[in-house]
Design a protein around this ligand. Structure first.
Ligand SMILES: NC(=O)c1ccc[n+]([C@@H]2O[C@H](COP(=O)([O-])OP(=O)(O)OC[C@H]3O[C@@H](n4cnc5c(N)ncnc54)[C@H](OP(=O)(O)O)[C@@H]3O)[C@@H](O)[C@H]2O)c1
Length: 233
């Protein structure tokens, strides 16, 4: 069995990715978000059996006790997908210090905190893979859009962090890559670009993530990869 941890699993891309992983009977999923009601409903489906562990947790919170308890049955983690994200759409003039702090707390500090926490179980796996979900907004040289400066800056930081981390984790045989997603139809996209229809739905991006997280580290490590069809999506 493979053990997969994914954050931001309650809706959008994370929810569809969790669902798709669970269609493979050789995979256990430990799914994290603050609201776990949609995941609890998923857990009741017969085909899921007891392979879904739902953890109600804010990744920015320093109390990881609920996650520790949930992870007790699992000695190793094969894949960690840091998918949880926060986007505040405000002009630079309007952004408050708290907006900046919240954005970086979720999109960067929460990610690094969770990785540090999970490292002992990732180290025990032969070739574990950390996939950080970035954004085209944070991809160097990409088009930039008004209202997204804090979000895009946080995703750019996540991209650089992923490159640095990959280098430090080579000795533990853990790969780390950052995928810079283009537009996908989710609640977050509507916050960023109200009324915009993206060329991709969450289930389509989920199919890519399920495949990349299991196979991409045979070909890539320390890479910041654009996963986008156009501009913004
Ligand atoms: N959709 C796009 O077009 C697009 C484009 C580029 C990049 N991305 C990236 O793709 C990822 C998924 O995006 P999405 O569009 O699916 O977003 P979404 O629909 O807004 O979902 C975000 C998920 O993150 C979780 N989350 C947020 N803050 C959290 C926290 N503090 N602790 C734990 N979980 C938290 C939310 O769950 P709770 O509220 O239940 O905690 C939710 O499950 C994000 O990293 C986003 O930046 C998306």
């Amino acid at each position: 069995m493979k053990n997969v941890v994914i954050t931001g699993a309650s809706r959008g891309i994370g929810f569809e990715t969790t669902k798709l992983f669970l269609s493979d009977p050789t995979i256990n999923v430990i799914a994290i978000s603050r609201n776990i009601a949609p995941l609890q409903a998923l857990a009741k489906e017969e085909t899921v059996g007891n392979r879904l562990t739902c953890v109600a947790m804010d990744i920015t919170n320093e109390d990881y006790s609920s996650l520790e308890i949930a992870l007790e049955p699992f000695d190793t983690i094969d894949i960690l997908i840091n998918n949880a994200g926060l986007l505040i759409n405000k002009s630079f003039k309007e952004l408050t210090k708290s907006d900046w702090q919240q954005t970086f707390n979720v999109n960067l500090f929460g990610v690094s905190q969770l990785i540090q926490h999970l490292l002992p179980k990732l180290e025990k796996t032969a070739k574990a893979h950390i996939v950080n979900i970035g954004s085209m907004g944070g991809f160097q040289g990409s088009s930039k859009f008004n209202g997204l400066s804090a979000y895009s800056a946080s995703k750019a930081a996540l991209a650089c962090f992923s490159e640095c981390l990959a280098s430090e984790l080579i000795e533990f045989d853990i790969a780390c890559n950052c995928l810079c997603l283009g537009a996908v139809n989710t609640e977050m996209l509507q916050t960023a670009f109200p009324g915009y229809k993206a060329p991709l739905n969450s289930n389509e991006m989920a199919a890519f993530l399920v495949d990349f997280s299991q196979n991409g580290h045979r070909f890539f490590n320390g890479r910041v990869l654009p996963v986008a069809l156009g501009n913004p999506g």
